[in-house]
Design a protein around this ligand. Structure first.
Ligand SMILES: C[S@@+](CC[C@H](N)C(=O)[O-])C[C@H]1O[C@@H](n2cnc3c(N)ncnc32)[C@H](O)[C@@H]1O
Length: 285
């Protein structure tokens, strides 16, 4: 039994002592969760049949989704390594996802052992995994907070985030593969502006975003349709729309590109430019 299954079992069937342990409503295994679907795409084991079924439907429509998810995860790693090498020690990672190979704190702390990471996600499943994320860390170095990106003021008020901002040091703000879960009606551009405005100068925004720019028009509505049955809906955006998130910031070379093309580590790395993820890093002046 994986740790996920053990922990989830505690939530789902009780603590074995007759205690009244109930899952938070959002943890329901019968409804696909984007965090668990993503975990399935990148080869994790922390997902339920409903997640796998929905993920398989998406993969049947667009087999590139798995490659895109892996390319996105690899981008996150390279971007965090880049920031840490540039001296960034404070990271705020919103839309953390279920812990997987190469979590932000592991990558950052390998380069800078004094790096501090605050993880935020609105899915309680990520909190359930807090233990895994925090293992081998101290409370000062790594924290996990349940928060919703649609409430940027709430995020900025969280004591762990405040501590990062009040340090006055540049902060690495990570919005990696999360903004495509924010509908236009929830003002995604306003949310990013509010968060970026609160960052000290020299801070970096690391952002990636799903796109249908490379999907045949006839297939475009089909992937997002599967997510309509999930706990969060997909709002894919084209390159120009993703670029708008960087307004007022200075894009780091090579600019906004598909995920595999953002500073690939080796020439051998797959560089399929058509994966449906735009990715970029920018600095706040
Ligand atoms: C595709 S995963 C990305 C995980 C990780 N950032 C990565 O790129 O490897 C998207 C994550 O965003 C979270 N998420 C979706 N909507 C959110 C919201 N409104 N507020 C906070 N997190 C959200 C999901 O729960 C999921 O864990």
């Amino acid at each position: 039994m994986t740790e996920f299954q053990e922990i989830s079992r505690e939530w789902l069937v009780g603590d074995g002592d007759g205690g009244d342990v109930r899952p938070p409503a959002d943890l329901r295994p019968e409804i696909p969760h984007p965090a668990r679907m993503y975990d399935y795409y990148i080869g994790g084991k922390d997902n339920f049949p409903a997640d796998r079924e929905a993920a398989e439907k998406v993969l049947a429509i667009s087999p590139m989704v798995r490659l895109s998810a892996l390319a996105n995860r690899a981008f996150l790693g390279r971007a965090v390594r880049h920031l840490a090498a540039e001296g960034i020690r404070r990271f705020v990672d919103i839309g953390t996802g279920i812990p997987s190979a190469g979590n932000t704190h592991e990558i950052a702390q390998r380069v800078r052992p004094d790096a501090r990471v605050v993880y935020l996600d609105n899915d309680p499943i990520v909190l359930v995994h807090g233990r895994a994320l925090l293992s081998g860390t101290t409370p000062e170095s790594t924290a996990v907070v349940q928060a919703d990106l649609r409430d940027p003021a709430g995020i900025l008020a969280a004591p762990e985030v405040r501590a990062a901002l009040d340090s006055g040091e540049p902060v690495g703000l990570l919005l990696v593969a999360v903004l495509h879960f924010i509908d236009e009606a929830d003002d995604p551009y306003g949310i990013v502006r509010t968060l970026v405005d609160a960052l000290p100068p020299g801070s970096r925004l690391v952002l990636s975003h799903g796109t249908l720019d490379f999907t045949p028009a006839a297939d475009a509505p089909r992937g997002p349709a599967v997510y309509r049955g999930a706990t969060a809906q997909l709002s894919m955006r084209d390159r120009a729309q993703v670029l708008r998130f960087f307004d007022g910031l200075k894009l780091t070379d090579p600019g906004l590109v598909t995920a595999p093309l953002w500073r690939p580590d080796t020439p051998e790395q797959p560089t399929d430019s058509q994966v449906g993820i735009w990715a970029g890093v920018a600095e706040k002046p």
